[in-house]
Write a protein of this length. Structure first.
Length: 545
């Protein structure tokens, strides 16, 4: 019997006593002040103190969790020093002669509302950062000391309305075995940190304070988002068993780090990671990715309110390449249209967007947009081992045209004496049955193929991947899809190019053996699936099956 249900934010089973974190809510009254300069000085002192606290937190996180996680506190420091934010607070204090904590609260509400109203879930979550920073400032101004999660004396499950990123990293990992929050989503900082720290967590649970009391025994099933309160003996034993199995499995997987993905009969398959943002590299490395098989670059565009400049893109690509050192990084050029929209790139309303103006079709039509991305990619190429990949190719001409534009960009860079690597591989995604069927010809002009089974399945079976009503038909195991995959691998190998899969099917453990038997060279999956796939591959023996 499940007592509460939320969003499973971090896998694993936790059993412990509830530790309720009641927020000490600051009472903020609006007060008129006489001495504006003194009030601004008070704000500046709080700002200084907040920066000191954040710097300490950043160092602590760097040591105890990792660099990527510690960066959030750098961002908080930057926001605190941002003239836009602090300047606005000072301006209101000056013009309205009101107390600093009141103005901080109003400015926080104003700014966080802007982020809250954004559609992009990543940007939405930034509202939490603004609130976190503002709360820190207000607590300092009012003199509130927060409840510390760093010194719990026994294993506890933290139950809180929400956890500030700063709370999560301070948690004493030994004694915090899990946490439950009323707010939050899968992409919130807290959820991401929980996954990195491998602490089971459930977020977005309604009415937790009415349902859970201090000291009650709680079980969390972080995979499914289930919570059991005061479980009986049977439920307790069941989950204890489950917890043991989960820990054993995790330990076994962790032991595979540093090993290769080779079958018992000696066939090696590269297992790479799919990423959506430069920050995801950390998780990829943590899970021992052998490279990045797909960097969906469109997220850079979707997280921006204008076309990201060449410089912004260059920095993002460089960051990924540097972090991956000499490991291969395949960056896919812009793939929008279909289900992915970008406000500032006009796509006319279409009857069938998945069959319309999308991916490479847009890049070949809006050449300036394409060239900006290619320049940024080539400039970044000297920092690592880059491959460029074109999405949604359906004709040979498209590949040729894309390569001509790439050659033009290379020529421009050469003329401008801007260096780029001469080793960049240029490959394509095989996502349309047309591309699969002419893969013999495409293989003569591409350096690699990466099969996008998500789209290949929808186009082969004529089933919209977004339509729940026909979802029963959407099946990568369909013999037509598998035949096309086999054909693509065969045609690629005839021309001595490597062939990978980067759609979701690459992580489908029930297909791994089939793909290996077909001769797949690479599987690119989300970071959390890498070790599972490696384990599966290491268990395969094609000679015996
Ligand atoms: C695919 O189609 O399989 C793929 C990897 O691309 P996306 O899911 O981004 O369309
Ligand atoms: Mg696709």
């Amino acid at each position: 019997m499940i007592n509460l249900k939320g969003i499973g934010a971090s896998k694993g089973v936790a059993i412990g006593k509830a530790f309720i974190v009641k927020e000490q809510l600051a009472v903020i009254n609006k007060k008129l002040i006489q001495n504006v300069d003194a009030e601004i000085k008070r704000l500046e002192n709080a700002q200084e103190e907040a920066i000191i606290q954040l710097r300490k937190l950043q160092e602590h996180t760097l040591d105890s969790v990792g660099e990527e996680e510690s960066l959030i506190f750098e961002v908080h420091q930057m926001i605190l020093q941002d003239e836009d934010f602090i300047g606005r607070i000072k301006e209101i204090i000056r013009t309205e002669s009101v107390n600093a904590e009141y103005v901080v609260q109003c400015t926080s509400d104003e700014y966080s509302k802007i982020f809250d109203e954004m559609e992009d879930p990543y940007m939405k979550e930034r509202a939490a950062d603004i609130r976190d920073i503002s709360k820190r400032l207000i607590d300092i101004l009012i003199g509130i000391k927060g409840q510390s999660l760093s010194q719990l004396d026994r294993p506890a499950i933290i139950v809180a309305k929400d956890l500030w990123p700063s709370d999560t990293v301070q948690m004493d990992k030994k004694n915090v075995v899990g946490f439950i929050t009323e707010e939050g989503a899968k992409t919130s900082h807290t959820a991401i940190l929980a996954r990195t720290m491998q602490i089971p967590a459930v977020v977005g649970v309604r009415d937790i304070f009415a349902s859970i009391k201090k000291g009650e025994e709680i079980i969390i099933d972080g995979a499914e988002g289930n919570i059991f309160i005061n479980p009986d003996e049977n439920i307790r034993n069941h989950w204890l068993e489950n917890q043991k199995e989960y820990k054993d499995a995790l330990e076994k997987l962790n032991r595979l780090k540093g090993t290769k993905s080779i079958t018992k009969d000696g066939i090696e398959v590269k297992v790479n990671a799919n990423i959506g943002m430069p920050e995801d590299v950390e998780m990829a490395l943590e899970n021992d990715a052998e490279g990045i098989g797909l960097f969906r670059s469109e997220f850079l565009y979707m997280n921006s309110d204008k076309i990201p400049s060449e410089e912004v893109q260059f920095k993002a690509y460089k960051k990924v390449l540097e972090k991956m050192q000499d490991k291969p990084v395949i960056i896919r050029t812009l793939d929008i249209g279909g289900d992915k929209e970008i406000k500032y790139i006009k796509i006319p309303k279409e009857e069938n967007p998945f069959l319309g103006y999308r991916a490479i079709r847009i890049s070949l039509d809006q050449v300036d947009l394409f060239k900006t991305q290619l320049r940024a990619l080539l400039r970044a190429s000297i920092y690592g081992n880059l491959g460029i990949m074109f999405p949604m190719i359906s004709t040979l001409e498209e590949l040729r045209r894309a390569k001509i534009i790439l050659a033009e960009v290379k020529k421009d860079l050469t003329n401008e004496k801007i260096p780029f690597s001469s080793q960049v591989e240029v490959g394509i995604m095989i996502e349309t049955p047309a591309a699969a069927l002419i893969s013999d010809e495409l293989a003569k002009e591409a350096d690699f193929f990466s099969i996008g089974t998500n789209d290949l399945t929808q186009y082969t079976i004529a089933v919209d991947r977004m339509n729940a009503q026909v979802a029963y038909l959407y099946d990568t195991h369909h013999p037509a899809v598998l035949k096309l995959i086999e054909l693509v691998i065969k045609n690629g190998h005839k021309e001595n190019i490597w062939v990978g899969i980067c759609g979701e099917a690459a992580a489908d453990l029930t297909l791994t053996e089939k793909f290996v038997a077909m001769g797949i060279d690479e599987l690119s999956v989300s970071a959390s699936s890498i070790l599972e796939i490696r384990q599966k591959i290491q268990g395969i023996d094609l000679k015996k099956s």
